[in-house]
Design a binder for this molecule. Sequence first.
Ligand code: NAP
Length: 253
Amino acid sequence: MTGPQDATAVITGGGTGIGLAIARRLAAMGAKPVLMGRDLERLEAAAADIPNARAVRCDVTDPDSVETAFAAARSEGPVTILVNNAGIASSSPFHKMDEDEWMRVQDVNVAGVFRCTRAVAEDLMAAEYARVINIASTAGLRGGAYIAHYCASKHGLIGMTRALAAEWARRGVTVNAICPGYVRTEMAETAITTIMEKTGRDRDAAIAELAKTNPQGRLIEPEEVAEAAAWLCAPESRSVNGQAIAVDGGATG
Ligand code: NAP
């Protein structure tokens, strides 16, 4: 296999938001998406609308679940595209953040990526063409108030991306991260609700607060992130390796 056509493409968190947009986009390139997440019903409903897609239950924090899920994904051939998109976020002042909240975010956002990537490492290393795309965040590129745990996890994910890109550079696989600003998904919806609750502002003002982080003054659409993933999956993008690509409207600070 020399490109995404007929490639088995696992997308964690593929039933919603950014992951779902990526699954649709990769299917349009001829890939066979495997949507993973904890909510099987939601995954099956999403997969039903995507050509050649399958839904497989997977909790990325549970090593047994990851093993079982990736064995199912590999049943129709090696996994040569892996989009590590599953992620969680919350916000707390640092001095009120407890150990559980800290560890939960690292477990999904960093260790989860380690588990999923290791589960298909042999496939990726052996392939003539393969891609790993880690959905990080602008929070992996700079700091932000009240999200120390999330920032640490996404900085860690970018570190893992760069290390693996170096380790596998002589193989057919590239490893890159995409770093979106605020994207219009359930995760951003939670942030909007939190701002409304904590500041008493109305919905428009809360959205404006998030949009302010983007020089283009808007929330990003999931399809824009999916387009970056599609570009990374093109065979012609093989020189792009170990990068953390911002999809954020040009934020520099
Ligand atoms: P979302 O709709 O909330 O998606 C998160 C996905 O992760 C869900 O599909 C969820 O599926 C899955 N997930 C969570 N915990 C999981 C677990 N333990 N095992 C397996 N799957 C799990 O939000 P989104 O915005 O599309 O987020 C996707 C990625 O983009 C995340 O990594 C996030 O950090 C990143 N991101 C988002 C934004 C933004 O503003 N939205 C900005 C930058 C980066 P289940 O509930 O079915 O498990």
